[in-house]
Design a protein around this ligand. Structure first.
Ligand SMILES: Cc1cc2nc3c(=O)[nH]c(=O)nc-3n(C[C@H](O)[C@H](O)[C@H](O)COP(=O)(O)O)c2cc1C
Length: 203
């Protein structure tokens, strides 16, 4: 198995991005520590009609089965699982993506709240100077949102809003989703074949 990555889902619209990203990370043979907020589960049900098992153990097994992952390749973690590897700089993966990222979680991360494992995991990646990517989704952004994101960007956090382009002439929602997921994977340095790159085979 390749390196580990932490993937956190929060309650912003955009569950399809997260599911596709998870699938690609599994296919690229990464171990994925998976965190999902309560609101993320509501969004998942609303947007994808998916209801995930409540317990981390059951969720891990369910996702491993669903995505054809190896045993232990997807590790779902509970909200207060403080002994999870992602809770400590000594064990946490150096890369973390919050996708989709709600404005509530943007605020919590910008302020170092660390009130649940998801917020703590992001705090750890920042303090350890790892790679943290946020995929925020809201419109319009208020000055509060923008200030929080600016603060994080200045700390080296990558702000990648869920804003797919249309220059690759998407034909389906899947094309739009893959556009975003390809950009996230590019930033993580994960190989993929989702979209052709700018300047290669375009126009
Ligand atoms: C269907 C649905 C869609 C939502 N979409 C967004 C959104 O796009 N952006 C956002 O910031 N919050 C959105 N929210 C609100 C957040 O889920 C809410 O603020 C929640 O407290 C965020 O908690 P979390 O960051 O712990 O997931 C949405 C909520 C629901 C139920």
């Amino acid at each position: 198995m390749n390196n580990a990555i932490t993937l956190a889902l929060t309650g912003a619209s955009g569950a399809p991005y997260a599911l596709r990203l998870l699938q690609c990370l599994v296919q690229a043979d990464y171990r994925v520590y998976l965190l999902a907020s309560s609101a993320a589960r509501v969004v998942l049900k609303t947007e994808q009609q998916q209801e995930w098992p409540g317990s981390p153990k059951d969720l891990s097994a369910y996702l491993c089965r669903h995505y054809g992952a190896k045993d232990g390749q997807i590790v779902a973690c509970g909200k207060e699982e403080w002994f999870s590897p992602v809770a400590s700089g000594s064990a946490a993966p150096k890369q973390m993506v919050v996708c989709p990222c709600s404005m509530g979680t943007v605020s919590a991360i910008a302020n170092g709240t660390s009130d649940n494992l998801l917020e703590r995991a992001a705090d750890v990646v920042i303090k350890e100077r790892g790679q943290l990517i946020l995929v925020p989704r809201e419109t319009p952004f208020s000055a509060i949102h923008l200030e929080n994101m600016l603060k994080l960007a200045r700390l080296g956090v990558t702000i990648m809003p869920a804003a797919p382009g249309f220059y690759h002439e998407p034909k389906s929602i899947e094309d739009l989703v893959d556009f975003m997921v390809a950009r996230i994977l590019d930033h993580l340095g994960v190989e993929h074949a989702l979209t052709s790159r700018w300047g290669y085979g375009h126009h």
